[in-house]
Ligand binder design. Structure first.
Ligand code: HEM
Ligand code: HEM
Length: 177
């Protein structure tokens, strides 16, 4: 379960790859909505956007808490750029759905993801909340996609260029002693 100096543990690995799959889905819904509005693809994916986004927010909080608990046991960072990059990924994974949920709350409309009555709704609107969400949610969302592309490229580059194979830390299980 726990991290070691050479490998990430099961909790981190399952969260990393499970969330990566959900992010592919999330960006497919955002991409179809932006590039092919009202297409069959958009109509298939878009109704899942708020749900998947809310699930990603919950998982990001669990992941951040686990990373903090395990911070002294984790494999050491490769360099400063990796530390800054991973911290930025964490920040965006929290801020992007947070501003969307704030906008959802501010709209006054009820919101019950997976049947959970998260927001009961109210009369009227809280304008700064809806304005903030509309201003930054999509922009930060696309910024995260660009960072993820860079993140994957760097993971592959480290492997190909014969430097430290960081992919092993996130893929391979610790060999049983
Ligand atoms: C980490 C999670 C999320 C990511 C990466 C994400 C990403 C995106 C992106 C890139 C767009 C822009 C699409 C376009 O340009 O047309 C977008 C739009 C949208 N998202 Fe999300 N989203 C997330 C979570 C959420 C959540 C939790 C909600 C609501 C509860 C939400 C509601 C919306 C809405 C209503 C739009 C259309 C309006 C706009 O562009 O701001 N999203 N999202
Ligand atoms: C095919 C897709 C992906 C690949 C190949 C990949 C690869 C990796 C590798 C090799 C590491 C370990 C790096 C190290 O220890 O220095 C890592 C860590 C990390 N990755 Fe990814 N990644 C992918 C997708 C994503 C996505 C979509 C996100 C988030 C939006 C993400 C966020 C992170 C974060 C925050 C870390 C730091 C460790 C942690 O706390 O989980 N990755 N990734």
């Amino acid at each position: 379960m726990n991290e070691s100096a050479t490998h990430y543990g099961r909790v981190t690995r399952y969260l990393h790859w499970g969330m990566a799959a959900l992010f592919v889905w999330q960006f497919a819904s955002a991409g179809a909505h932006a590039l092919l509005p009202d297409s069959a693809l958009d109509e298939f994916f878009w109704p899942t956007h708020k749900l998947t986004g809310t699930l990603l927010m919950a998982l990001a909080i669990v992941r951040l808490a686990w990373a903090l608990i395990e911070r002294h046991r984790r494999p050491p960072s490769v360099n400063l750029a990796a530390t800054v990059g991973h911290l930025t990924l964490y920040a965006l994974m929290i801020v992007i759905p947070a501003v969307a949920l704030l906008r959802q709350y501010g709209s006054g409309r009820a919101f019950s993801p997976f049947g959970l009555p998260l927001m009961p709704g109210f009369e009227g609107e809280i304008e700064w909340m809806t304005a903030l969400g509309s201003l930054v949610h999509g922009l930060l969302g696309w910024t995260l996609l660009a960072l993820v592309v860079g993140h994957v490229a760097m993971a592959v580059a480290h492997r190909r260029l014969g430097q430290q194979d960081v992919l092993k830390r996130m893929v391979v299980r610790r060999s049983p002693r």
